[in-house]
Structures are given as C-alpha cells and as structure tokens.
Write a protein that binds this ligand. Structure first.
Ligand code: BEZ
Length: 192
C-alpha cells in the first residue's frame, strides 16, 4: 500500500448512505479538533486497542526521523475510549489529507452508552501500511517519542496531551500510561 492513502479513502465509503456521519477519534482528536463539527460525545468502540505503533513522517516526525503516533489494533474483549464527532461529508477532504500517511477509513460501531450506538468511521493504520512501525518496548517507544518532532510539533506533546486528556475523562490506558511514565523518566534524566 502506498504511503498516501487519500485516493483509497475516497473510494472506501459512500458517505451519502449515512443519515448522520460520525467520526470516532482515539488520539489527538480526544483533546484537539481542527475541523467544524455538529456535536461531539464521549464514546467507545469494541474489540480495538490504542497502540503507538504508527510512524509519523509528516506530523510528529520527518521522513528521516519518524515519530510515533497512535493506531488501533484488533483485540477481542477490549474497549477503546474516544470522542465521537458528528460531521458533514466535506470534512473528509481535510481529514483524508491530514491522515494520508497510511491510515484507512473503516466503518465501526460507536457506542455512546450500552444502549445507544451508531455506525461511524475511524482511521486505522494497519500492519500493511508502509508507515507502520509495530511493537517495541515502552522504553524504546518513549525514547523515539522524546527525540521526534515534525510540522505539527513535538512528539512528546502528542503523548503528554493525550495522557492528560484520558485522565480528564477518567480513562485508564495501560499502554499509554506506561509509555508516558517512561517518557517522564527520560525527561528527568535529561535534566539531571
Ligand atoms: C485520532 O483519533 O486522533 C486519530 C487517530 C488516527 C488517525 C486519525 C485520527
């Protein structure tokens, strides 16, 4: 699969089939939104988990020194917290461009509560995309995040802002918090 997924994403869903269009965000979309939306709600999706396994060449890193950002990996029995945004179809022009580095849009069931759900879209960079980096130890991931920066800013801010936003929502995410703890250790070492 080519790095640039914009063309593929345009062909993936007929957005006119949705009476409402909902987008599920599990990363920076939990704390920052750069597109207009109709309304937003905390939500979960089932059988997926957040992982810092996607390389970022265009936002939190560079082609020479990619950063690490989130993707989702399938995991039975899991639930992933995020924010759902009701949007109009025109925002996907912007989002497909922003997420062109390997992310594909997938249809997913979004749960607002145990009784209220809808079908929406989520961007996922799977193991077949060229920017996928895959698993490493928490320390190795934290080290890469510490050293990376790109046009959207410091990679460490992406992680720290996300961890704070999850805490604000009373959400525990072992993977995110373990890497955050390692990053903070490395930052302390830099200053000692
Ligand atoms: C997000 O939820 O912030 C997000 C993650 C990956 C691709 C697009 C959006």
């Amino acid at each position: 699969m080519p790095h640039d997924t914009q063309k593929l994403n345009k062909q993936r869903q007929d957005l006119t089939q949705f009476s409402e269009i909902w987008l599920f965000g599990y990363g920076s979309l939990i704390y920052k939104v750069d597109f207009p939306f109709i309304t937003s709600r905390p939500a979960t999706i089932k059988h997926w988990e957040r992982r810092f396994w996607q390389g970022s060449h265009d936002h939190r890193g560079t082609p020479e020194a990619p950063g690490r950002v989130l993707t989702l990996v399938p995991k039975p029995e899991s639930e992933c917290f995020g924010m759902a945004y009701q949007v109009t179809d025109d925002v996907f022009e912007h989002l497909d461009h922003r997420e062109k580095n390997g992310y594909l849009r997938h249809e997913v069931e979004i749960f607002f509560t145990s009784e209220e759900q809808t079908v929406g879209l989520v961007y996922i960079g799977d193991e077949h995309n060229e920017a996928f980096l895959g698993p490493e130890s928490a320390t190795t991931i934290a080290q890469q995040i510490l050293e990376s920066r790109g046009p959207s800013g410091e990679n460490r801010d992406y992680l720290l802002n996300l961890a704070n936003a999850l805490r604000d929502h009373n959400v525990y995410d072992a993977h995110v918090f373990e890497i955050e703890a390692e990053l903070k250790k490395l930052i302390r070492l830099e200053w000692s």
